[in-house]
Ligand binder design. Structure first.
Ligand code: AMP
Ligand code: MN
Ligand code: MN
Ligand code: MN
Length: 276
């Protein structure tokens, strides 16, 4: 049985390890197959590919796309994409531009409530051309406005807090189409994180499947057994393939690469019939 981890981040978005260090860690943790799925960027894939060969890890080129559905932020992971596909690259670039606009607007709002130089502060944590709320969170902790990274989101960055700015990200259909056109498989990321009623979840999944969606994460590091059970049932009901991923961002968080419960045995994994 191979060890899979199909959801991870590097410094190409808001992770703390560069792709090389990330793949070395995956190798040391005996991960056989790892997908690098940075937010709205494939900028880390080329480096990750080289490092994966040295580390003895099979790299699945991936991405995690920011999507708006009915005013909610949803993440859709693309697995086994061609990271040079022009339409995908163009779509991701437009999302990064929207991130820059959002960051400017967030900074104005944070300044209004007395946070000094929020944009410059966040930019100091930025490693590539992705500006994330995570970078704002790290700055808010640094200057003592929040006690922890999580608290920074709860106090300043989540919807309904003073620093939040809502944006129109990609539509479900756009994200799934970019992924499919680039030869990849579209997977709903961390389904337990969305605040959706059963009816909304049903409508969302119908939209996702209509667009050509392929799978859903059933095992994530923040899903307890009850949640795993819930999304296993969803995978069965909707005929979706099952994926698993840690959503690893940094060594200091509770999540670790490849440390995941097995998928329920009757589910069809996303890697079935693939060469990974
Ligand atoms: P963004 O993509 O810029 O909107 O930022 C979202 C990222 O921030 C996520 O991918 C997580 O890495 C992180 N994040 C979001 N919400 C939280 C939270 N409540 N606590 C900790 N990290 C969060
Ligand atoms: Mn993130
Ligand atoms: Mn996510
Ligand atoms: Mn993620």
């Amino acid at each position: 049985m191979k060890t899979y981890d199909l959801h991870t981040h590097s410094t190409a978005s808001d992770g703390l390890l560069d792709p090389t260090t990330l793949l070395e860690r995956a190798g040391a943790r005996k991960v056989d197959v790892m997908a690098l799925t940075d937010h709205d960027s494939v900028g880390g894939i080329a480096e990750a590919r080289k490092a994966a060969a040295l580390a003895g890890v099979h790299l699945v080129a991936g991405v995690e796309i920011s999507v708006s559905w009915q005013g909610q932020l949803i993440h859709i992971v693309g697995l086994n994409i061609d990271d040079s596909h022009p339409e995908l690259l163009q779509g991701l670039e437009s999302l990064r531009n929207r991130r820059d606009d959002r960051a400017v607007r967030m900074a104005l709002k944070l300044e209004k409530i007395g946070i000094p130089s929020p944009l410059q502060g966040a930019q100091r944590y930025q490693t590539t051309d992705i500006l994330s709320r995570s970078h704002f969170a790290r700055y808010l902790v640094e200057i003592g406005k929040a006690d922890t990274f999580d608290a920074a989101f709860k106090q300043f960055l989540n919807p309904g807090t003073p620093g939040h700015v809502s944006m129109e990200w990609a539509t479900v259909a756009e994200a799934v189409t970019w992924i499919k056109d680039a030869g990849g498989k579209a997977v709903v990321a961390h389904p337990g994180r969305y605040r959706m009623s059963e009816v909304e979840l049903h409508r969302f999944l119908n939209d996702f499947i209509d667009a050509g969606g392929y799978g859903i994460e059933v095992v994530c590091s923040n899903l307890d057994p009850v949640q795993i059970d819930r999304f296993a049932r969803v995978a069965r009901t909707y005929g979706l393939r099952a994926s698993k991923g840690s959503d690893f961002h940094s060594p200091s968080s509770r999540r670790e690469l490849g440390r995941l419960a097995p998928l329920p045995q009757d589910l069809t994994p996303v890697w079935q019939d693939q060469h990974w």
